[in-house]
Design a protein around this ligand. Structure first.
Ligand SMILES: [Zn+2]
Length: 736
């Protein structure tokens, strides 16, 4: 294992259609990886095709990207983002749909009339933007509208609103069975699952969608407009479901669970809003269907099916690199995809993906098996040492186990794993191994090696961490000795030594719950000579800013991640806390505050030391100084230490707190006022540090300045002043 430096992602400008089901915050990672590890004339393979944006960005960089994509909805997203429908086509397609007839009405008028409600102010009929329902009692409780009279907002539903909803429910079964039939025939064993999935659509939504879809069948449109209209209807299918909590509390549904209070959105408005979602943005990318080949400038080559079906055809493709975003189990998206595919493209198109309907719950053993099925025939097709790079969104212990197990069993050697927080995608690098371990008899897991790896990961980090980091450390140890092997109940067997280690006497769980996944895990005994990660981050950033007077955040992030790679990768929150304490931003560039230049800070330290010495004389105590390893001033009286003052210009206090030989209630940290917030952040973050700091007092430079100017001060007065407003105990400092 080398230290893999975490690659920062770019903030997505516009997350694009159906983003709430797609992997989070992965923009820019794949291209930064390719820039370091590959040549543009290589093919890149994405065996899962779960993240259209990632495939697109690699193709834009000039790579030919071969994508196995089994989900017809993701496939459509890939094609439609590579070559987005024009705004003109989107508008024209929607206008044609609007003008279609339903009886003797325009379709738009007809569908909008389903959402009519009365304005509370001017009593005109307006179309609601959405209705609000309560799941438990099935009551239509509220409505949201914008009226021309200027009145808008959320109001209780009226009896008329409820009556309209009820009249639509009366004819519901007819439309619902049509919606079913688009996906499964009456004798299809999957029909019951489709029916369940349809449960997250209210009658008005089913009626509206099926009316639109019936029109699509009989409509003659140019191919471009048809594609544009399909795109609009696809996003409307999502907007029309009941999976929209109100107010928003769960923006990323993974299960088909209707929220307690949810929105029933106006489907026609959803179509109109779709014009913005889908149109334009970014450079066009050539997208062809396998086995056609994109041109020299790179592009997407889409294989319609799972990776296991593509693998046998790969003999003649010079694959250099595998880059992918690993899919998470997502029952909601997969089930809805099967449903929407049937609606938009018919039963035959939905058929290959219909297996998504069989499973109501996806467990991680299933997930590991699915990843393995995709990867197992792949390593033979790759040159020796070819990289397999995976971005793992929303990582959690079982997800990492599943990924590492599947790759190890498929003949890939783990060479790097970088983890930031559980909110950032993990990044894992493997290389195709020289020989397959699959033929060898599995060796048992070395529980002692796992425990040692977890301990040393914590020691190196120097602060408590979530279980995710320790789990990763344990997994890395198993990957290194090739004991990650396919066996019955493999994930439980992988977990066992990790949990056993955590139950051992060296580890301590800082949490209010017994659930190991909650809270932080630390050591009972920390090594007092190791700098904690936050302290190292502070040192690295200050040094970097001293050498680079106007630094871009991204350069700083990359330097930090290279110096603190793998499981040490610091969070953006920590980076920002250090910057907030030391630096100012001008046009996106960071520089040290003038008062934080080394010479100014030296002068501050001297002044604080001088003030302490003036005070000591006045109070009749003797002084002892120590300059290294840190500046320490002891006040002594008759050979006894009255106070130990540690003078610092930083918030790097871990070693001082842990190595201090004096009673903590007599010990003080003396630092610049600008550092107090950062110290508070560190204490808030680390329960172990907090408990060491409990009886310490933290005083700002300027307090001693002030006290040294009080000529009549007595010892009692001094002690009182220290206990007054100028001193913040760690507990109070948390309020910063
Ligand atoms: Zn009105």
């Amino acid at each position: 294992m080398d230290g893999f430096a975490y690659i920062p992602a770019n903030e997505p400008e516009n997350p694009g259609p159906l983003a709430r089901y797609l992997p989070l915050a992965a923009d820019g990672i794949a291209t930064a990886f390719l820039a370091q590890h590959s040549r543009p004339d290589d093919w890149v393979l994405d065996p899962f095709g779960a993240a259209p944006r990632t495939d697109l960005e690699m193709a834009r960089l000039g790579y030919r990207v071969l994508v196995a994509v089994n989900n017809p909805v993701t496939r459509f997203l890939l094609e439609a983002t590579a070559n987005p429908p024009s705004q003109a086509d989107l508008r024209a397609a929607l206008a044609e749909l609007a003008a279609a007839r339903k009886g003797n009405e325009r379709l738009e008028t007809h569908l909008q009339s389903l959402y009519l409600t009365e304005c509370t102010k001017c009593h005109r009929q307006v179309t609601a933007d959405a209705f609000i329902w309560e799941r438990e009692n099935g009551v239509l409780a509220g409505r949201i509208y914008h009226c021309l009279c200027g009145d808008n907002g959320e109001y209780p539903a009226t009896e008329a609103d409820q009556a309209r909803a009820a009249s639509l429910a009366a004819t519901d079964s007819l439309h619902r069975s049509r919606a079913l039939e688009r996906v499964a025939t009456p004798h299809d064993p999957d029909r019951v699952h489709v029916e369940e999935a349809l449960g997250c659509y209210l009658p008005r939504a089913v009626y509206t969608l099926i009316t639109i879809i019936n029109k699509l069948d009989s409509f003659s449109l140019t191919p471009d407009r048809r594609r544009a209209l399909l795109a609009l209807v696809l996003t409307a299918c999502d907007e029309a479901s009941a999976l929209w909590a109100h107010p928003t509390e769960r923006p990323r549904p993974k299960q088909l669970t209707i929220p307690p209070r949810f929105l029933e959105k106006n489907v026609w408005l959803a179509l109109e809003r779709g014009v913005e979602f889908w149109s334009g943005g970014g450079q066009l990318v050539e997208a062809v269907n396998w086995p056609s080949i994109p041109g020299e400038a790179g592009g997407l080559c889409l294989f319609d099916g799972p990776m296991r079906d593509l693998a046998p055809h790969l003999k003649n493709v010079s694959l250099g690199t595998v880059v992918t975003v690993l899919p998470r189990p997502n029952q909601a998206f997969w089930t809805l995809s099967a449903l929407w595919a049937g609606w938009l493209w018919g039963r035959e198109a939905a058929a290959p993906f219909k297996s998504a309907l069989h499973r109501r719950r996806y467990d991680w053993n299933w997930h590991a098996a699915a990843l393995y099925a995709a990867l197992k025939n792949l390593s033979d097709r790759l040159p020796l040492n070819a990289p397999l790079f995976a971005i793992v969104p929303e990582p959690e212990p079982a997800f990492l186990s599943s990924a590492l197990l599947a790759a190890a069993e498929s003949g890939f050697d783990l060479t790097g794993l970088a983890l930031r927080t559980r909110h950032d995608p993990a990044q894992i690098l493997w290389r195709r191994s020289a020989f397959s371990h699959a033929d060898k008899k599995p060796t048992g897991i070395d529980a002692e090696a796992v425990r040692r790896a977890m301990l040393s990961a914590l020691q190196e980090r120097g602060e408590p961490v979530p279980i995710l980091h320790l789990h990763a450390a344990g997994l890395i140890a198993m990957a290194d000795d090739h004991s990650l092997r396919w066996r019955p109940e493999a994930l439980a067997q992988i977990n066992a030594p990790i949990l056993t280690a955590l139950a051992g006497p060296e580890f301590i769980h800082h949490a209010e719950s017994k659930n190991a996944e909650i809270g932080l895990w630390g050591l009972v005994n920390w090594d007092a000579t190791t700098d904690s990660l936050p302290d190292r981050v502070e040192m690295t950033i200050v040094r970097f800013l001293q050498n680079n007077p106007s630094a871009a955040l991204r350069d700083l992030e990359n330097t930090l991640n290279a110096e603190l790679p793998g499981l040490l990768t610091p969070s953006l929150g920590l980076l920002r806390a250090v910057l907030a304490s030391y630096a100012v931003e001008t046009d996106g560039h960071w520089s040290l505050r003038p008062e934080d230049s080394p010479s100014t800070r030296r002068a501050d330290l001297d002044a604080a030391a001088q003030a302490l010495s003036v005070l000591a004389t006045r109070l009749g105590v003797t002084i002892q100084r120590q300059e290294s390893p840190q500046r320490l001033i002891l006040w002594q009286d008759s050979g006894e230490t009255v106070y130990a003052f540690y003078l610092l210009t930083s918030a790097i206090v871990g070693r001082i707190l842990r190595q201090n030989p004096y009673p903590p209630e007599r010990s003080l940290l003396v630092l610049p006022g600008g550092r107090a917030g950062l110290l508070a952040y560190k204490l808030d973050r680390d329960p172990a540090l907090r408990s060491v700091a409990e009886c310490w007092r933290i005083v700002k430079f300027r307090t001693f300045q002030r006290l040294s100017e009080m000529t009549g001060i007595t010892r009692e007065g001094f002690e009182k002043e220290l206990s007054r407003d100028s001193i913040e105990s760690p507990e109070q400092m948390k309020l910063f």
